[in-house]
Design a protein. Sequence first.
Length: 222
Amino acid sequence: MSSVQSQQEQLSQSDPSPSPNSCSSFELIDMDAGSLYEPVSPHWFYCKIIDSKETWIPFNSEDSQQLEEAYSSGKDCNGRVVPTDGGRYDVHLGERMRYAVYWDELASEVRRCTWFYKGDKDNKYVPYSESFSQVLEETYMLAVTLDEWKKKLESPNREIIILHNPKLMVHYQPVAGSDDWGSTPTEQGRPRTVKRGVENISVDIHCVNDFRSVSLNLLQTH
């Protein structure tokens, strides 16, 4: 073997070309894919009965942030009380209930909201339950990270949600008259619109209107 061939062989062994199948290549791919996903920002809502219909109303930004900080503190939520609306209402975090402090009023359900839906006949977006929102978020995270869309999942009441892409997500309701023999729900009818994050729905985050209604109630009772 000549000295030139020997030197070339030594160089090729000491400085191998990176393989596309190496671990470092996979790590770079994973880092790039993961960087596309950002956790959803939650906002807190409470439910009021208006005209015999449930209506979800957002807390103002300050109250929502205080509720989120209390929720994320790592402390036990049971027995935790967070004052809201300038001290006029207390939210019992463990119960997820909102109580009036100075007057008699029906307690309102409270929810940490991240995913919403809206049908043709709905005036406002309705938040999904916290547990199912978590399922939706995990499915969305996988779709973004793996770049695999058209994800289909079934809600606890057998409704179908399909994540076509980040901008198009739909919710199909069960077809009326379907049997209860374990048949798979079908994608029929006009779907509801699904949105992720409060910033993507049309909602005014303030408490002016609610404060006015409280003031009227106080005037009428005194």
